[in-house]
Write a protein that binds this ligand. Structure first.
Ligand code: SF4
Length: 352
């Protein structure tokens, strides 16, 4: 098969997803906490955005808020989620259900949780075509099911239709989950740690498959992960989340090559290097804050080596700049929320 060419838009492309000021509250025994706080992001067709952060940083909650899938104690308190121009937050439950699955797919960490253990693989995939596209003809359902399973790299798909999920390996189950989510050729695929439960070889295969499908279909991808290596391999852009907020965002190669936010810097320093011996792995001292007891100013201040008095008093505003101003590619945009940004940028530029 001919290799798929990378997508390089000649002019900036309008985003397929644009989130503005998304804020989500959760009712907890300790009161109402803000799990997602004023999050803004966008992703264009054919591009992949990584949302990176520790457990509890708000990555998954951001995506559940966008899709109207919050738990019963959750509520979107503010913001807009524009998908192909429509505000998803204003859609009825029925309209939102049609958007999910048909125009937006979501792949979860453990495919076993998204597959019905009592239904055969074939009938589960066919169900997507029946529900979302109203197809009733059995021969057509079978043909489409085999076709999409084959596209998801299930070998001899025609012979596996009567298999149950427990008869498949973890990697094969994830492929079935991918097949179900690309069946209706969505414009946006949200992947929530889709390879965490898989071994490294299968992980590479699944990432390769997602990347090929993205390029073939010009599909946008939001990729939730805590794995910086995967984010850098697979994604174009990255948003780093900490305690419910995005603290740094931009093109993944530039952010990882020259992180500006001290938290991003700490995360990158903590990535183990193959072959490094005799050195202790760097860590970020302290723990992320509890959402019900957030610090008054910058949420990272109790762990930050650069914290000043101002950091403990006031949350920093966004500092935005464009490193690719000479390019028609919109990849130049970078933003960071840190009081020390100007000093840190000057130090980085004078050192380079
Ligand atoms: Fe550190 Fe202050 Fe920047 Fe927060 S605002 S990351 S405390 S330097």
């Amino acid at each position: 098969m001919k290799p798929v060419e990378p997508i390089v838009p000649l002019v900036p492309v309008a985003p397929v997803l644009e989130v503005q000021g998304l804020t989500t509250w959760l009712r907890t025994p300790r009161g109402i906490v803000t799990a997602v706080d004023n999050v803004s992001l966008s992703v264009a067709p054919g591009r992949a955005l990584a949302i990176v952060g520790e457990s509890g940083s708000g990555k998954s909650m951001t995506c559940l808020s966008m899709l109207g899938l919050l738990p019963s104690n959750g509520q979107v308190a503010a913001g807009e989620v524009r998908f192909k121009g429509r505000n998803l937050l204003a859609l009825s439950r029925e309209d939102m259900a049609r958007v999910r699955g048909r125009e937006i797919g979501m792949i979860l960490q453990d495919a076993m949780t998204s597959l019905n253990p009592l239904m055969t693989i074939g009938s589960q995939v066919a169900e997507v075509f029946r529900y979302q596209q109203g197809i009733r003809d059995r021969a057509e359902l079978r043909r489409k099911t085999i076709d999409v399973l084959t596209r998801a790299r299930i070998p001899a798909a025609q012979d596996r239709l009567d298999s149950y999920p427990f008869q498949f390996s973890g990697g094969m189950r994830q492929r079935v989950s991918i097949a179900m989510n690309i069946a209706c050729e969505p414009d946006l695929l949200i992947c929530d740690e889709p390879t965490t439960a898989l071994d490294v070889t299968v992980q590479t295969q699944i990432i390769g498959l997602l990347d090929t499908l993205r390029r073939e279909r010009n599909m946008a991808i939001v990729f939730i992960t805590h794995d910086l290596h995967l984010a850098s391999q697979f994604c174009d852009d990255v948003a780093i989340m900490y305690a419910g907020r995005i603290v740094e965002a931009g093109p993944v190669d530039r952010v990882f090559a020259k992180p500006v936010h001290p938290y991003t810097e700490g995360l990158l320093r903590a990535v183990p290097t193959l072959g490094a011996t005799g050195e202790r792995l760097a860590t970020i001292a302290g723990q992320p804050p509890v959402l019900s007891d957030l610090p008054a100013g910058c949420r990272f201040a109790p762990r930050c080596a650069y914290a000043s008095a101002l950091c403990h008093e006031r949350y920093p505003d966004w500092y935005e700049w464009n490193e690719g101003a000479d390019s028609v590619d919109p990849r130049g945009e970078r933003r960071v929320a840190c009081h020390a940004t100007e000093a840190r940028l000057q130090a980085a530029w004078s050192a380079s």
